[in-house]
Design a protein around this ligand. Structure first.
Ligand SMILES: Nc1nc2c(ncn2[C@@H]2O[C@H](COP(=O)(O)OP(=O)(O)OP(=O)(O)O)[C@@H](O)[C@H]2O)c(=O)[nH]1
Ligand SMILES: [Mg+2]
Length: 188
């Protein structure tokens, strides 16, 4: 576990990005999919990233140093209808600016709700990630909520839809945590 993890800073544009040499890994996914919870699970620090009952909680790019060489970036979730259109357009610009413009961004994790599989938005995001030239890893969140008897079938469906391996993950049981840590450490 990344017990030395700490919050670095929030940003809404390049002028706010932290100045450091860490490799960055971004967490993309629909609002409420479990991005912030994943950060807390990986670090063993419950309150490090704010987890909300209501979707749309994360509204800036939030940078978390995991080690001296690795940094996770929590992005605002997409697909949240209750946020006014103008605000959403601003988020899209902010996220796209970061994902396209940040040199030290090496990989993007796409978090998909394991209970439902990828939505249209998720598939669009996945295509974008593949085209971006960065590494991508698909993660199925809330895996504890998927009935054991359905897991094999659900995983096959998700992997077929994304045409890629998917890592099952639960912030509640910590399933998938080791695999995710190995992936992150392999980047640096
Ligand atoms: N059972 C279960 N619930 C989870 C898991 N991960 C997240 N949740 C719950 O899902 C809700 C949303 O989690 P967040 O981590 O805030 O989701 P987010 O993707 O950061 O959401 P935004 O910041 O709005 O984009 C919270 O109520 C969490 O407790 C999980 O692995 N298992
Ligand atoms: Mg969040």
């Amino acid at each position: 576990m990344f017990r030395q993890a700490r919050f670095l800073t929030s940003a809404t544009g390049p002028e706010g990005y932290p100045v450091h040499r860490r490799t960055e890994v971004a967490l993309a996914g629909r609002s409420n999919v479990g991005k912030s919870s994943l950060i807390n699970a990986l670090t063993g620090k419950k309150g490090l990233a704010k987890v909300a009952k209501r979707p749309g909680r994360t509204q800036t790019l939030n940078f978390y140093a995991l080690t001296d060489s690795l940094c996770l970036v929590d992005l605002p979730g997409y697909g949240f209808a209750e946020v006014p259109h103008r605000v959403r357009a601003g988020w899209a610009r902010m996220i796209e600016g970061y994902l396209t413009g940040r040199d030290q961004l090496k990989a993007i994790l796409l978090l998909v709700d394991g209970r439902h599989g990828p939505t249209g938005d998720d598939l669009e995001m996945w295509e974008w990630i593949k085209a971006s030239g960065r590494s991508g890893l698909a993660v199925a969140t809330k895996w504890d909520k998927v009935k054991k008897s359905l897991r094999v079938k659900r995983m096959k469906e998700m992997e077929a839809a994304l045409a890629a391996p998917v890592l099952p993950f639960s912030a509640v049981t910590s399933e998938g945590k080791q695999g995710l840590m190995s992936f992150l450490l392999s980047l640096v």
